[in-house]
Design a protein around this ligand. Structure first.
Ligand SMILES: NC(=O)c1ccc[n+]([C@@H]2O[C@H](COP(=O)([O-])OP(=O)(O)OC[C@H]3O[C@@H](n4cnc5c(N)ncnc54)[C@H](O)[C@@H]3O)[C@@H](O)[C@H]2O)c1
Length: 409
């Protein structure tokens, strides 16, 4: 580590922050190590001390601890802040950081609404800051390989349609005690912005833009069935979704799921091109399509029109061969296969000027959020919604009460 090592502050030390610290440790193990986690911040003392201890254990240095990120900004000289906060706090915390001269890596889904996200993107432009959206999913080797298979390999012809479905029985609560903080804020729309569609679902919406291009329209029915009857948005929190997407390139597909269907479940993710299909039996939530790190966590099969088949393990070396060594090193520096580690390293490199930009900047993240919001806007209005109308603010009935709560004009 050099004397001018990148100084990072981590704000919000809950569930996902642990993955961030572990991923920082993997970066160091891989020799991507010219940074220091200088400070951690959380209003919850227990979570704060646990994070400081984990950092000391894994990174070899105990960070300074703060209960208030504004105090951290006053006291510390930081290059970047890694924000792992509930969604309703993303816009104020990131804008405060950027105004203090600190670049920001912000957890998905960027802001709590499109207007909040726009404020963030404008602040990044105004202050000349890097504002990167922490979305590890599209940075995983599995997603990158599938993006190549669908769009560049020539193995499937032109992408045409997709059918992504997962139906699961409800999971019983682990304990009878009070809901943990992370579950509480997720159930409060004024703090979360929405349910699974924009929480884990942000990964799917962002991933589909990455795989298939820009979404044109969305039609969605989002309902809650766990209480034994069908309840609709906005008076419910969706546990079940039926939705149809059209893309600007003419592609059409469906995304349907339920986490509340007792009895038999089923799941399948299928893409069709003019010359074949790509199928995946997902072993995890439908939001994380190709959760490959160094090992596959799902199996996949490309089947061509004549019946020729390729497994994912056969496709990966072809993908690697299709990239130059330089491209491979840019996407998987020092063989890093960890999306969290990648987003942190890419952020540091972009702030240092070693990369022109980050892969998902604020304006790009806003577009992915707009796909999630289009689902909600359609579910509330019953109409087909154009994503561009969500981006421009022409359609915002679902988001309006959330903006009002946070005083966002
Ligand atoms: N990339 C992924 O796969 C992934 C997975 C889970 C969560 N996330 C994202 O990470 C973010 C955090 O989610 P989580 O599951 O870790 O939530 P969490 O509730 O476990 O953690 C949030 C932490 O923020 C702290 N906090 C709240 N208000 C604060 C404030 N004003 N100042 C300082 N600390 C404050 C809380 O005490 C808590 O420890 C969200 O944006 C979420 O969408 C991403």
């Amino acid at each position: 580590m050099t004397d001018d090592a990148f100084r990072m502050g981590l704000v919000g030390t809950g569930i996902i922050a642990r993955r961030h610290i572990e991923s920082m440790a993997e970066l160091k193990q891989r020799g991507l190590d010219d940074f220091v986690l200088a400070a951690v911040c959380d209003m919850n003392e227990e979570a704060l001390n646990e994070a400081a201890a984990l950092a000391e254990d894994l990174l070899g240095q105990r960070p300074a601890t703060y209960a208030d990120y504004r105090e951290m900004l006053d006291e510390e000289t930081l290059d970047g802040a890694d924000l792992c906060l509930p969604h309703g706090l993303h816009h104020t915390a990131s804008i405060d950081c950027m105004d203090a001269g600190v670049h920001v890596l912000c957890e998905k889904p960027l802001g709590i609404t499109i207007k909040a996200s726009r404020l963030m993107a404008e602040a990044a432009d105004r202050t000349g800051s890097v504002l990167s959206v922490a979305v590890p999913q599209r940075r995983l080797p599995g997603m990158r390989m599938v993006q190549w298979v669908l769009n560049e390999s020539g193995l499937m012809g032109n992408p045409l349609t997709f059918f992504h479905t997962m139906v699961r029985p409800p999971r019983p609560r682990r304990s009878d005690g009070p809901l943990p903080y992370a579950a509480q804020w997720r159930r409060d729309r004024l703090m979360s912005g929405g349910g699974p569609t924009m929480d884990g679902g942000f990964h799917w919406c962002d991933g589909m833009r990455f795989l298939m291009g820009e979404v044109d329209t969305v039609y969605a029915r989002a309902i809650e069935t766990s209480e034994g009857e069908v309840r609709s948005l906005p008076d419910a929190r969706e546990d079940t979704l039926f939705s149809v997407f059209t893309f600007k390139n003419g592609l059409t597909g469906t995304w349907s799921w339920s986490f509340a269907a007792p009895g038999e479940g089923f799941q399948k993710v299928l893409f069709y091109g003019s010359e074949g299909s790509l199928s995946t039996d997902i072993s995890h939530a439908i939001f994380h399509l190709y959760w490959r790190t160094s090992e596959w966590t799902e199996t996949g099969l490309l089947t061509q029109r004549d019946g020729t088949q390729f497994t994912f393990d056969e496709l990966m070396p072809r993908y690697k061969d299709a990239l130059s060594e330089e491209q491979w090193q840019l996407l998987f520096p020092n063989e890093l296969m960890n999306g969290f580690g990648y987003e942190i390293w890419e952020f540091i490199e972009a702030v240092r000027g070693n990369r022109d930009s980050v892969e998902v900047d604020a304006w790009d993240g806003l577009k992915s959020l707009a796909v999630c919001e289009a689902v909600y806007e359609s579910a509330v209005s019953g109409e087909v919604v154009k994503v561009d109308d969500v981006i421009s603010g022409k359609v915002d009935a679902y988001q309006a009460p959330i903006n009002e709560h946070w005083g966002i004009k």
